[in-house]
Design a protein around this ligand. Structure first.
Ligand code: HDE
Length: 685
């Protein structure tokens, strides 16, 4: 074949090769015209100007120029997956929702996990609340449960949402910090709005640095209603419980992960699903009536409050399995539109003022982001059940309705024409509710206690978790330049817990100010075991990743054996060597999954060192190897090693403890972190 100027050169041999074409599909323009040359624009002569008539070039560049759509104002960075919900305990007595009607009934779902503050291209592991939005494609329409991994929210009234978001996003003048709450404006706002404190203390806890999307709880946050076939209604709160249990990172690790792997959570989700290791959650409900609501010392319509599981236990009614990765990020992530107003018969809203505001906001935002009222026709958003109405036309309309019945009522059927859809007795009905009162801008006094629940949260944590919370406050406030703001935060912490306030003040080297004057005096609520991650740790190797460091002369049999043991226990083994291509070992040659400098130990839950004495000596003078070991130790991870690795451990200053052991012990050690080690290696507040 004659060479063309656009033929690419490959290899060193100077041979040329036609750009690979696979498949038999013909490349066309958007309007279907076949394209003969996708390498050269139309020119007047080989070195002359490009011609305006080149519709192929113009269409391609025009489309490219408009590829981006506005990112979400919050929750811009997200990761998605498809799967199904299966009802495991039918509740027709509580709700007429068809997805809960029968044990074993499956409903397709689509989930989007997200961070809140950062832009779409930001990192996965900042300290932040995580979104947990689920779209159930039920046979009576889409139900979107648009929740978070923290069961409470910062504010009580939707009117404050723009202020909250402005304060946490990059500061308006500087354009930084990206994806971080550790700056003046956030702490200024929250310290002036004590209703934020409950969510703030959750955000300062390890809940805000999850290990994996697969290891997060999800919460509907608001109180909703379940409505049965007779119209009977009860209050409900929705909870997702991960099968793997809740696990979190430690702060230094999450900060370093931002350099090691921006896509840490997205990759974890994608790889797990691709490997057939399908993430799973249970759906639990807390159901209660008005009488119980009236008996509580807080208002169930206040989204800054939880109802502890010890007060209203969870009833598990289903499970969700995510078993399919998206094929296309844009179509199945950027274009996904979740709306809390998407409910189905059997599920209804409460009067929570934050929820009421959300019902408006999400519909509105889709028009701005997706550009058309017809965003529901985009495949990811479209119901999987039949839908029909008399809404017509608009930008990007893809449907071609037949006939002229675009109004109702009509009598076109009497003329033999299709009359179009009609409302049905079985349709969505709002449960009747007595509403009266003066028209006022007012907040109920029952929303006025801002300290009791943060106190309950603090007192429900282990010593180690409390130290993390206190240290997180110190870290964040250390980045706040305005001293009066730091003092104001301390004045609130005194009302939550004096010891917490004192620790944070000591950590900042500040003197405690007077306590803030509470609107309502806090009360001591019983601590709730369910609120601690460490007390509920699911000790398993399932979904945990072990990094195995080896080098020239390492014992191949030991590597193979460890890998087999880890995989048998449900974990993943990842090998790391100074060179990836393959090194000579005792017992054969082996390529590594990752190169040492690009595979720091923050990427793993535990590490193994399988090294000859010579190589351990050599690596003990290599910063990447030392960092690998020191970080694993500092991040409270199990370390298994053979005798040869001792020189590296010694140089890294590793002291033996329960988490440091032989290679044989590692699979058992790697199921948890070693919180007891922490006071020896980190100065916590
Ligand atoms: Fe959102 N929120 N939000 N939010 N939210 C959005 O909707 C909003 C709130 C949550 O993966 C936006 O489509 C207001 C609570 C998640 O696509 C926007 C208020 C909770 C997601 C919006 C709240 C959430 C969003 C941005 C106060 C937990 C991501 C783009 C009244 C229960 C969904 C979009 C996804 C997204 C508004 C409060 C969770 C602007 C006005 C409370 C998980 O419409």
């Amino acid at each position: 074949m004659a060479k063309k100027p656009y033929d690419s050169k490959i290899g060193d041999g100077g041979e040329t090769q036609q750009i690979a074409r696979t498949g038999s599909e013909v490349l066309t323009t958007n309007h279907g015209a076949p394209v003969s040359d996708n390498q050269n624009s139309l020119r007047a002569g080989a070195r002359g100007p490009t011609l305006l008539e080149d519709f192929i070039l113009r269409e391609k560049i025009f489309h490219f120029d408009h590829e981006r759509i506005p990112e979400r104002i919050v929750h811009a960075r997200g990761s998605t997956a498809h799967g199904y919900f299966e009802c495991t305990d039918a509740i027709p007595d509580l709700s007429r929702a068809s997805l809960f009607a029968k044990k074993g009934k499956k409903t397709p779902v689509f989930v989007r996990f997200s961070t809140v503050a950062g832009g779409a291209g930001s990192v996965d592991t900042p300290r932040d609340v995580r979104g947990f939005a689920t779209k159930f494609y039920t046979d009576e329409g889409n139900w979107d449960l648009v929740g978070n991994n923290i069961p409470v929210f910062f504010i009580q009234d939707a009117l404050k949402f723009p202020d909250l978001v402005h304060s946490v996003k990059m500061e308006a003048d500087k354009g930084y910090p990206q994806a971080a709450s550790a700056h003046d404006t956030f702490w200024d706002f929250v310290s002036l709005m004590p209703e934020t404190l409950h969510t703030v203390i959750w955000a300062m806890s390890d809940r805000a640095i999850p290990r994996s999307y697969r290891m997060m709880q999800g919460f509907g946050v608001h109180t909703f209603k379940l409505v049965d076939a007779e119209g009977g209604e009860r209050f409900v709160k929705f909870h997702w419980r991960p099968k793997l249990g809740v696990q979190s990172l430690v702060w230094d690790e999450s900060a370093k992960l931002q350099g090691a792997d921006n896509d840490y959570h997205r990759r974890d989700l994608n790889e797990a699903i691709a490997a057939g290791d399908f993430p799973e959650w249970e759906l639990g409900i807390q159901v209660f009536d008005q009488k119980l609501a009236d008996s509580l010392p807080y208002d169930v319509l206040d989204a800054t409050k939880i109802i502890p599981e010890e007060v209203v236990p969870l009833r598990i009614i289903g499970r969700m399995v995510l078993d399919r990765n998206p094929d296309n990020h844009f179509a199945e992530n950027e274009q996904a539109a979740f709306l809390p107003s998407n409910v189905v018969p059997g599920i209804d809203f409460s009067d929570d003022p934050l929820l009421q505001g959300r019902l408006f906001s999400y519909l509105d935002t889709q028009k701005s982001r997706l550009g058309t009222t017809n965003f529901h026709q985009i495949p990811i958003n479209a119901p999987k059940c039949p839908y029909a109405n008399m809404m017509r036309d608009g930008m990007m309309q893809t449907q071609v309705p037949k006939g002229r019945a675009n109004y109702e009522p009509n009598s076109l059927d009497q003329a033999g024409e299709a009359p179009g859809p009609r409302a049905s007795d079985q349709g969505f009905t709002t449960a009747p509710q007595q509403v009266e009162g003066q028209k006022l801008r007012i907040r109920s006094e029952t929303f006025g206690d801002h300290y009791s629940q943060p106190r309950m949260f603090w007192r429900s944590q282990t010593d180690s978790e409390q130290a993390h919370i206190a240290s997180a406050f110190v870290f964040e406030l250390s980045k706040v330049g305005l001293e009066h703001v730091r003092l104001r935060v301390l004045s609130h912490l005194r009302n939550i817990d004096e010891a917490l306030a004192q620790r944070v003040a000591d950590g900042l080297a500040m003197t405690l100010p007077k306590a803030a004057v509470p609107f309502r005096d806090p009360v001591d609520l019983d601590p709730s075991e369910a609120l601690s991650i460490q007390k509920n740790w699911n000790a398993t190797l399932q979904a945990r990743k072990v990094g195995i460091l080896f080098a020239e002369g390492s014992d191949k049999a030991a590597i193979d054996q460890l890998r087999t043991q880890i995989e048998a226990a449900g974990g993943t083994a990842f090998t790391i060597a100074p060179k990836v291509g393959g090194v000579n070992l005792k017992g054969g040659k082996m390529a590594a999954d990752g190169q040492l400098a690009g595979s720091p130990s923050v990427l793993f839950d535990a590490v193994a060192l399988i090294l000859s004495a010579d190589q351990a000596e050599k690596l003990s003078r290599d910063a990447a190897a030392l960092g690998f070991v020191m970080d694993a130790y500092a991040h409270l991870k199990a370390i298994g090693h053979d005798k040869g690795a001792q020189a590296l451990l010694d140089r890294a200053g590793i002291e033996s403890d329960d988490g440091v052991g032989t290679l044989g012990a590692l699979p058992d050690l790697a199921i948890r972190r070693y919180w007891d080690r922490e006071p020896n290696i980190r100065d916590l507040a």
